[in-house]
Design a protein around this ligand. Structure first.
Ligand code: KIV
Ligand code: ZN
Length: 496
């Protein structure tokens, strides 16, 4: 076993498919540049046929990024491939990723077809993509549940048609590690010409086995793995980039390496989490808040004597600054700029001035300002330019009284005011708002999360609402939970 593992990052494609995680083009460019600095080999920048926004993002990322290969997804359909090729026109190094479902479930129910016809369509798609680019990756969707013998035939035909990479997705996250590893080995042993292509893993985490399956694939001959930052992705997510990079770094006995600059892992994780409004679970491996926090006495004693007693990874290796300074009202612009950069956010001077002003305001109401607070402030301007804004809000609640709220809204420059009661201050505020904006909206999900600690903490609110059969996601952040909740609700209305 030798060598180099290519890291194919699909945060901006599979990751971005998560409801509520959509980024605009400017934000996607920011993430793509961070991925370049992180050292990923291939960036899957989008699925151009899916929307004009996705098409445009692939174009702009192609212009903005130099080293990584830029990849665009397509189905095995000519017009998809045409558009993918067009979107990639400015990429210095480009790849078209095309493919089709190969499991009997997909063949029968999705395509109402048969194995031979699907094999022909796969070959036609690869040949068609090959007219545009040299580097064509073929995916056999739902390969995890595809019969190995048939999968080998499809993969062999795709390589003969010119595929340079063959992707074996466990689309439903069903496989066991032994099973997935054996599938890759089966292809290595049975596909004629397999040495002409790189085998890629693409694992989903529905049963919590994405990382284990990816490792099984790599140990059995795959040399590319498709991953996302923080493991984000549809349903339970994709394999987490940081986990694979650190497994290969920590296990010196595995003769595989990546080009990942591991010190960029934490800043990139923070940036993606903040831009996508997708919190990282505290116990998440490598990048979770508690990943290096030892709370038991025995562990603390051991770590103080020698970090190696309980730590298999040095937090500094993933870019966690263990001497992180805490910002206060007395911190200057330079300190704020430095902390933002450690967290992967680079701002131009006018934007930094704006964030610094907001920082001083927050520091007035909160003793210590942590990284999550400043990331929240740096992202807060995403609300600018929205049609509906909250001018002011007053909510009163307490024991033995009926909660009441009044609100002032600015709707495209026109001012409105209303008041209402409710069963709590959030309910009263939203009832007041509903008197101004009469739209049927049901709140399906509503989560409030403290950012750090203390009663003076800031909080983030994530909300999912349903309106006329469609789902919208909203986000709000403030030191005041009522304001953050109303901001999240208004964010949803603006999206409608
Ligand atoms: O999970 C999957 O099968 C995919 C393919 C489109 C590559 O994301
Ligand atoms: Zn996928």
């Amino acid at each position: 076993m030798n060598g180099q593992v290519y890291i194919f990052d699909t945060t901006l494609r599979d990751g971005e498919q998560v409801p509520g995680c959509q980024l605009n083009t400017v934000e996607k460019i920011q993430v793509a540049k961070a991925l370049e600095q992180l050292g990923v080999d291939i960036i899957e920048a989008g699925f151009p046929i899916s929307s004009p926004g996705d098409f445009n993002s692939v174009v702009e990322i192609s212009k903005a990024v130099t080293w990584p290969v830029i990849c665009a997804l397509s189905r095995a359909v000519e017009k998809d491939i045409d558009l993918a090729a067009d979107a990639l026109k400015y990429a210095k190094r480009k790849r078209i990723h095309t493919g089709i479902g190969t499991s009997d479930e997909h063949i029968r129910y999705k395509f109402n077809s048969n194995r031979e016809e699907i094999l022909e369509r796969a070959v036609r798609a690869v040949k068609y993509a090959k007219k545009y680019v040299e580097d064509v990756e073929f995916y056999a969707e739902d390969a995890g549940r595809t019969d190995n013998e048939y999968l080998a035939r499809v993969v062999e035909a795709a390589i003969k048609a010119g595929a340079t990479v063959v992707n074996i997705p466990d689309t439903t996250g069903y496989c066991l590690p032994e099973e997935y590893g054996a599938k890759i080995k089966y292809l290595v042993d049975h596909v004629d010409g397999i040495e002409k292509a790189v085998i890629s893993t693409h694992c989903h985490n529905d049963l919590g086995m994405a990382t284990a399956n990816t490792m099984a694939g790599l140990l059995n001959g795959a040399r590319q793995c498709e991953v996302t930052i923080n493991g984000i992705g549809e349903r339970a997510g994709n394999t987490a980039l940081e986990e694979i990079a650190m497994i290969l770094k920590a296990h010196k006995g595995i003769p595989l390496e990546t080009n990942i600059n591991t010190k960029r892992i934490y800043p990139t994780s923070r940036m993606v989490s903040s831009l996508m409004n997708m919190p990282v679970q505290p116990n998440k491996a490598i990048v979770g808040k508690n990943a290096f926090a030892h709370s038991s006495g025995i562990h603390q004693d051991g770590v103080l004597k020698n970090a190696g007693t309980y730590e298999i990874i040095d937090p500094n290796d993933v870019g966690i600054d263990t001497n992180a300074i805490v910002l206060t009202a007395r911190s200057g612009r330079a300190a704020l700029k430095y902390r933002l950069e450690v967290n992967g956010v680079k701002l131009d001077d006018p934007k930094l001035d704006e964030v610094y002003k907001a920082f001083l305001k927050l520091a007035d109401s909160k003793k210590e300002i942590h990284d999550d607070d400043i990331l929240m402030l740096a992202g807060a301007d995403r609300a600018h330019g929205r049609r509906i804004k909250v001018d002011w809000l007053q909510a009163t609640s307490g024991i033995g009284m009926k909660p009441v709220a009044s609100i002032g809204l600015d709707i495209a420059g026109e001012k409105f005011e209303a008041a209402a009661t409710g069963n709590g201050p959030v309910d009263a505020s939203i009832n007041a708002l509903r008197q101004i904006v009469h739209r049927p909206m049901t709140i399906n999900e509503f989560t409030i999360q403290g950012i750090t600690k203390g009663s003076d903490d800031s909080c983030k609110v994530h909300m999912q609402v349903e309106s006329e059969g469609r789902i919208y996601y909203g986000f709000g952040a403030s030191t005041d939970i009522v304001s953050a909740s109303v901001e999240a609700y208004v964010d949803c209305i603006n999206k409608i």
